[in-house]
Design a protein around this ligand. Structure first.
Ligand code: TUI
Length: 307
């Protein structure tokens, strides 16, 4: 299934891994890339030098293409943008903001730039700024989200830009990949299914929560203050939503979530931690290696698309 995205990135299959903070570290990234997809280091809120180490560790494990996801609200975003160039990273995706100020430096260094967008306007702006592709991410996704669904966003972005579009949000199997192709996407980005990958260092408790989740088990916190984050329902979301409804200010609510993603991923605290995951968690039933996940998705999609 060759597309402009597989050609541009030099990957075997049109599957890229979401840049999940704490989750997408070098073990997962190298495993996804080795399996023929594109692994992406999730810089999240990490310091620049940590990201540099991660890049070097991925290079020790695989000679295949991989990238870095830069979360633009990271206070060290400028420094990470430089590390990406210094370490010769070939692909960058960005999230939670507008990466325009880094584009010229990245383009000069030959880095392929793929901003994650949640609207047609942002996709157009990124194409004009020189982006090589965009990820159109629907509200079904885990983590920080926009409001349009994948089904509505992807074809509208496809019609609005000439650069390739990668679909994200609510995709976890071959049916999702086939559907995304039908909407005009040239690859898909998956997060939730890779949380439970065998090579993912996510704590067993968090993986089990994803595996046990049903279709309606995610909540969106932070909607009222413009920072909507999708995560699995637990005591943390109940408390957050209760306080949010009562009008507790953003700064105080932030105290609740400080360090909560780390707590979930590293410590396995599924009660007070933030269990970011997409609505498709209900479709994710077991832990598998990245190779098994990618092969299964490709076989199913190829059959459906008659390839
Ligand atoms: O970035 C993501 N997903 C994320 S980032 C993240 S870390 C975090 N943790 C707690 C609170 C907030 C963030 C967890 N998940 N996905 C890509 C994405 N980008 N989704 C939506 C957007 C987006 C939103 C607005 C992109 C651009 C944008 O434009 C803003 C502007 O500056 O115009």
């Amino acid at each position: 299934m060759k597309t402009r995205v597989t050609d541009m990135l030099g990957i075997e299959y049109p599957i890229i891994q979401g840049g999940m903070a704490w989750v997408a570290e070098y073990h997962l990234v190298a495993a996804v890339s080795e399996a023929g997809g594109l692994g992406l280091i999730g810089a999240g809120g990490a310091p620049a030098e940590f990201v540099r180490e991660q890049i070097r560790k991925v290079k020790e494990r695989t000679g295949k293409p991989f990238g870095v996801n830069l979360m633009l609200m990271n206070p060290e975003a400028d420094a990470i943008a430089r590390v990406i160039v210094e370490e010769g990273v070939k692909v960058v995706t960005t999230g939670a903001g507008n990466p325009a100020k880094y584009l010229s430096a990245w383009k000069e260094a030959g880095v392929k730039v793929i901003p994650v967008v949640a609207s047609v306007a942002m996709a157009r702006m990124m194409e004009r700024a020189g982006a090589d592709a965009v990820v159109a991410e629907g509200t079904e996704s885990g983590g920080h989200i926009g409001s349009a669904t994948t089904m509505t966003l992807v074809p509208q972005v496809v019609d609005a830009v000439n650069i390739p579009v990668i679909a994200a949000g609510g995709i976890a199997d071959g049916r999702g990949l086939a559907a995304a192709m039908m909407l005009g996407a040239e690859a898909v980005q998956l997060g939730t299914r890779f949380i439970v990958a065998r090579e993912s260092i996510v704590h067993e408790n968090y993986k089990q929560k994803v595996i046990d989740a049903r279709d309606i088990d995610s909540e969106v916190t932070g909607m009222s203050h413009g920072h909507p984050v999708r995560q699995l329902r637990n005591r943390m979301t109940r408390e957050y939503l209760k306080q949010e409804k009562a009008g507790v200010p953003f700064e105080e609510l932030e105290q609740l979530t400080l360090g909560a993603l780390r707590k979930a991923v590293v410590e396995g605290d599924v009660v007070n931690g933030t269990l970011m995951a997409g609505q498709i968690a209900g479709l994710v039933h077991k832990e598998q290696t990245c190779g098994e996940i990618i092969r299964e998705i490709m076989e199913q999609a190829e059959q459906l698309l008659g390839k």
